[in-house]
Design a binder for this molecule. Structure first.
Ligand code: AMP
Length: 215
């Protein structure tokens, strides 16, 4: 099962990808997570990507396409994958198509997380992440048992630099301008499946399960 999760920042793609990974055993490939880890490790790619990320802008296509190409060739992706946060531009979507065609593979569903921008600001400013394992929480919608502490590994929770209000506004603009056009791109290819991402974690999960089962 090869899936793409498409939607604005804060729509819940990461949370849901994590659940599908647990249920179906297919890996979640989050370009944002891979880039954050490169930034933390101060690799040459991380150093280059950091300024774009801090400004709420997209990292250049060639960098992210390279990341995904390398990741998709790993053994654990043979059973399938969930692309979470990629593609984000038409050029990335074209590159993905070529990459998959070359490997005799294709995307089965592009799940579009539909959510009104007005609610995203609240969702994003409440987001917290674990410094140790990267797990995401939300101070209101998905709080940890103990404030500031990861339920999974006991690590310290922190707010991402780009989850601050001004950067969030920029990221939403970037989404509208560069990523939202992918909806018609995938609609034209009959791959787009829209879900209401405003519901509870469980209701969104069910909607995704139904799409996967309808294959
Ligand atoms: P995310 O965690 O998916 O919200 O990604 C965090 C940041 O990483 C984004 O705001 C971008 O700066 C960068 N990024 C992640 N995925 C991509 C992508 N597919 N194309 C370009 N930049 C990306």
């Amino acid at each position: 099962m090869n899936l793409v999760f498409l939607g604005p920042p804060g729509a819940g793609k990461g949370t849901q990808a994590n659940l599908v990974t647990k249920q179906c055993g297919i890996p979640q490939i989050s370009t944002g997570d891979i880039l954050r880890s490169a930034v933390a490790n101060q690799t040459p790619m991380g150093v280059k990507a950091k300024r774009y990320m801090d400004d709420g802008l997209l990292v250049p296509d060639d960098v992210v396409v390279g990341i995904v190409e390398e990741r998709l060739s790993s053994d654990d992706c043979v059973v399938g994958f969930i692309l979470d946060g990629f593609p984000r531009t038409v050029a990335q979507a074209d590159a993905l198509k070529v990459m998959l065609q070359g490997a005799g593979r294709s995307i089965e569903h592009v799940i579009s997380f539909e959510v009104d921008h007005s609610v995203l600001l609240g969702r994003l400013t409440g987001r917290r992440m674990c410094r140790s394992c990267g797990r995401g929480f939300h101070v209101v919608f998905d709080p940890p048992a103990e404030t500031g502490v990861c339920d999974g590994c006991g690590g310290e929770l922190y707010q991402r630099e780009d989850d601050r209000e001004e950067t969030i506004r920029r990221r939403l603009e970037v989404y509208d301008e560069q990523t939202a056009p992918l909806k018609s791109y995938y609609e034209a290819a009959s791959l787009l499946r829209k879900i209401d991402a405003l519901g509870t974690i469980e209701s969104v999960q069910l909607a995704i399960q139904n799409i996967i089962a309808s294959r």
